[in-house]
Design a protein around this ligand. Sequence first.
Ligand code: ADP
Ligand code: MG
Length: 285
Amino acid sequence: MRNPAIEIKDLWFAYNGERVLDAVDLLLPAGEFLAVIGPNGGGKSTLLKLLLGLERPGGGFARVLGREPGQAGGHIGYLPQFTQVSASFPISVLGAVLLGLVRPGFDLPGLFRGGGARRAEREAAMTALSRVGLADLAQRRLSDLSGGQRQRALIARAIVSGPELLLLDEPTASIDGRSRQEFMALLARLNRDMTIVMVSHDMSTVDGCVTSIACVNRTLHHHAESRLTPEIFAEAVGADLKTGCPVELLAHGPVPHRVLLSHDDPNCCGGRHAHAPEDRNGGRP
Ligand code: ADP
Ligand code: MG
């Protein structure tokens, strides 16, 4: 039987003595697409860093692809939060993808001049770019791409070594509307070949594309649903769906946050409650 992609039991983690994650349990079978949602400061990025072995837990059990975190490096692709590309950074799209294959002895200056990699590495990078639909833009400067194209290039960098597990931290933050839908369709295709864990603030990206949802706010609640149902809201807040409104605080922990349905959504309160205008486009804490 395949190892679970992620197995965590009673894990905790503290920065400078202050616990930001506590009593975390998660069993994620291989092949899933998990969305991780929760408020700013709830511990989502820290959770990914623990899975990568970039931080070490204070206590508890964690296995990633059947190994200690940090021992599964080549089998994990990672897209960190806030990946900035300076306009003056002189690297091509192909060069940026090749950075995902950097090894001892890699000719990094050569990479910036458009060479510096072995033929097999260039082929692997072109294959990764084809998978994200950017093969035609391989020679463009990375900084010249649109937000959506750039995120796809960074996905190509994350998958160039053929990972079993892809960890994405807020990958849609810099992508708008239609490109975001295309980006999610791309992730759904990649999910046929690899387990995906995606941290997201954006409820519209979560809906339908994923196989399960984890709410992280100091601890973790794993819901085996692909949609954010009113029932998840109700369970989270103890609300009565008949009389209450599911547009509510989803408070799985000490940091309050709002997870909002569109006011026009039939799952919302049907107009029985007046929402402040700033609530309507929410989904953000
Ligand atoms: P999220 O990704 O859900 O917004 P983070 O995992 O980034 O949350 O942060 C969780 C908590 O840990 C926050 O209170 C944050 O301020 C704190 N924190 C994050 N990184 C560090 C760090 N390197 N040192 C100290 N505190 C940190
Ligand atoms: Mg974060």
